[in-house]
Ligand binder design. Sequence first.
Ligand SMILES: [Ca+2]
Ligand SMILES: [Ca+2]
Length: 290
Amino acid sequence: MHRTELALAGLVLATLLIPSASLAQRSTPVTVIGQLRVVASATPLTGIEPHDVSFDTQVLGGSGTVAVEWRFGDGATDTGLNPTHTYGAGVYQATVIAIDDEGATAVDTVEVQVAADLVPQVRIAGDLSGGIEPLSGDLDALVTSGNPPFGYSWSIDGGPPVATTSGLSWALPVTGSTLLYELSVVVTDTDGDVASDVVQILSLADTAPALSVSAAPQVGSAPLSVGFSVGILDGNPPLQVLWEFADGTSSVLASPSHVFATPGTYDVIVRVTDANGDSATDTVAISVTP
Ligand SMILES: [Ca+2]
Ligand SMILES: [Ca+2]
């Protein structure tokens, strides 16, 4: 209720206390003394330690001089109408007591809630595994403790903020180079305490394999046993190797040996496929004589 309304309510109460008959019998105006009332208010009612509260006292009615005393609920007191008080963490019933010259008393109470000052801690969770470019994913800042609400600031490699929410959807640039990125978040709680975390994400350059095949011997009489090998440059591991010997057989060994039983010319093909599907082939001809 607004103070003005409270004051009006007090006046109405005072009017009701006057017997209408006695008013009519008096020939001179009377001084009306309303019932003593007191209204306590405080602001702000909630906060974080150390929490400064301003109190206000509204005294209505009463006879003569009205004295007040605030009891803040933590052992401290004050006799002013508008005291201030600093609280530690806890829930307090702050009470104001008013006493007039005739010993009438009135009491009112406000509750003050003060939270402990906590320091946040933050841990980044989400897509952290890295891999072959282009890379993208989602991260979350998991905050424990601290005083909400929290502010967030994400950055990549110490650059300007890229997001100010608890989550980050990130996409790393395609550079053609293998680079280690640092993604970090700074969390600030409502009273300015700060926490941070950082994660590293490895972005691998996307390369395609390049091959150089070798075989020995490449010519000989049947049955001819040939040893094969392939030199591989680049490509993103793991690499898969497939040899096709042109006689209906194949091998997935890196350096297979193969026996050609029947005379003829065989165009042996080796295909290497990397982790993200890039592939290359090379061939070598084997001549088997009778
Ligand atoms: Ca805090
Ligand atoms: Ca690749």
